[in-house]
Design a protein around this ligand. Structure first.
Ligand code: ZN
Length: 257
């Protein structure tokens, strides 16, 4: 389908819709100073050796990789980042009663920090702010583990079982959590409009949610600076900076409860 719809159409669709599912990627957070790691211009995409370093297999096998990973978590830009106008626009959409869910590929917690209901945010690639034991599954906060790193434990192990711990994020070579993927698929299949924001739609299975939505009869609106593999099935494509355009797109919807 050739996308001929413009911004006015998108505004009207959002104003009419009662169930909008939003799929967000790195592009919504780059304006908050968080670099894109996995996208086409991503840090890891352009440096495959760095990506290889952070596979689950290497993480488990190599204590040096784990020590480096803990330092990266401590220094991650998400700790200092603030939500931007794009995140706040989605909060406005939710408060207007239009939101079915936000499915995010980001691990930075900025949707929740902006004020989105945590129950509405589906973090398909996990979160930086929790730690999981790879042996017993125990979950603890990232903060308390980083405190142990600061205190000199450069690879803090599980206090229950002594197992290797990792951020509760999805590493390369690690499958998505089936329950989380199921929630995301349901939210994509059960919306009137899927708004894909700042995602290159190149990392599966997240990208495939765009097709799930369209097959279920939803409109697909893509807000992204670069072309995506799903542009030809989109009903509208908006190529403008997210922080500038998203507040405009949701303004009318947010004003009509
Ligand atoms: Zn454990």
């Amino acid at each position: 389908m050739v996308a001929v719809a413009g911004e006015d159409d998108v505004r009207a669709w959002l104003t009419a819709a009662r169930r909008v599912t939003v799929l967000t990627g790195a592009g919504i957070s780059t304006e908050s100073g968080i670099p894109d790691f996995r996208g086409p211009q991503g840090v890891w995409t352009k440096d495959p050796a760095a990506q290889q370093l952070f596979t689950l297999q290497n993480y488990v096998a190599d204590p040096d990789v784990r020590r480096l990973a803990w330092r990266n978590r401590r220094d991650h830009p998400a700790w200092a980042a603030e939500p931007n106008a794009g995140h706040h626009a989605l909060v406005a959409l939710e408060r207007a009663g239009r939101l079915r869910a936000i499915i995010t590929q980001n691990i930075d917690g900025l949707h929740q920090r902006a004020g989105s209901d945590p129950a509405s945010v589906i973090e398909i690639h996990g979160t930086l702010f929790e730690v999981e034991c790879l042996s017993c599954g125990r979950r603890t906060s990232m903060r308390e583990n980083l405190d142990r790193v600061e205190a000199g434990q450069d690879d803090p192990t599980c206090l229950d079982c002594g197992g290797i711990q990792k951020a509760a994020t999805i590493s390369f070579g690690q499958a998505l959590r089936p329950d989380v993927l199921r929630q995301a698929t349901l939210a994509a299949a059960d919306c009137e409009l899927l708004l894909a924001v700042g995602t290159s739609l190149q990392v599966q299975p997240a990208a495939g949610l765009a097709e799930v939505a369209v097959r279920a009869g939803a409109r697909l609106v893509i807000v992204n600076l670069d072309p995506t593999p799903y542009d030809e099935i989109a009903h509208a494509i908006v190529r403008e900076p997210i922080g500038a355009v998203l507040p405009r797109l949701v303004a009318t919807a947010a004003g009509h409860r």
